[in-house]
Design a protein around this ligand. Sequence first.
Ligand SMILES: [Fe+2]
Ligand SMILES: [Fe+2]
Ligand SMILES: [Fe+2]
Length: 425
Amino acid sequence: MEEKTVPQIDLVLALSESLDLISPAIVGHHIRVAFIALNIGLMMNMKKQELKDLIYGSLIHDVGALSLKDRLDGLEFDLKDPYLHSLVGCNLIRTHKPFTKISDIIKYHHFSWNNIDKIEDNGIKVPLSSQVIHLADRVDVLIDWKGNLYNQIDYIIKQIKIEKGKRFGPDIVDAFIESSTSKIIWQDLSSNNTLSLFNNLLGEELLDIDELLNISRIFERIIDFRSRFTATHSSGVAHVACKLAKYLRMSQREIKMMRIAGNLHDLGKLAVPKEILEKPGALTKKEYEIVKKHVYYTYSILKKIRGIGEIYEWAGLHHERLNGEGYPFNKEGVELSLGSRIMAVADIFTAISEDRPYRRGMKKEQVLLTLDDMAKRNEIDGDILSILKSNYCEINEGRISIQKEIVSEFRKFWNEINLNHPGVI
Ligand SMILES: [Fe+2]
Ligand SMILES: [Fe+2]
Ligand SMILES: [Fe+2]
């Protein structure tokens, strides 16, 4: 039995924080929606399990917005095509335990109450939690954080009341209004004091390394499926890093940790606008600075997750170089663990070998020349490079076949979405 060390709430909060990277305008949106939704749920006497699902669903409810074609400002995606990002979000997490249950909650989080009877979706009913999130989401959008929150409460309640029995179910509106009478709720909301309420309810639900691996695949999809330019990168890196770790005789547990780090290493890329990610030509200095920030986000978001050991370092230091000329921290060789060194080699090897829509990957000779040069300049670890060279064919063929699999998964994913929404991506 694997030991359970990672609090599930930490992982979901990390995912939620990553989602907020989409735009400075929505920082904290997911957490606030979860807080407002939970207070409504408590007022409605929802059962404990329902409340837990409500929290998890709220914390990642806009997960599908990241993958859409345009990086939209603020919460514009909600207005432009509310069902689309809900459907993408649902499909992104649907196949992954433990999020299967909340995928339906996400799917319907913009569904109007007065349309509920019209839903024809294999007999599925719109979950109550979706409706609560729908209202909580609108409340958060109505708040103007530049102004004084307390002066806005009456206005917000009035706006929500207008939609009673139309967009929002009467019971949910009543529960919201009742919960709004408590000043503490608004105080907690404005001072970001929301976490203790979640913790009280969720307790310490801990995950083991296999469950963590499973959830890291959701992150990997969210990171990679944003763009066909990067659609298979993280899975390629994860595969190569695992193989190198195996040849370097890391333990089974460490090899799994390496795969998780590989899946997560570009998490901070969620903060990079898609136009920059997909720019075919050279980046300007300013654009390059934005891209470079991604590792800092990866590092700082993952560092907050308790019980994941060195994963945050292995993932977050993949652009550091042994000669101290990497980023974001300019760490030197002695400060870089074996795992971080492996991740650096796996990342570079995969990036230069994989095909991108605008260029073919390098051939073996060129790949080795490039990596040899880097080892000579003391940028990457020569011993790890030797292992890669001795096992080149096996490692590279594995990478190619994994990436092929993911390409077809990527196409299938977007085709399914496009059936209902032609011309969306
Ligand atoms: Fe939404
Ligand atoms: Fe939202
Ligand atoms: Fe990177």
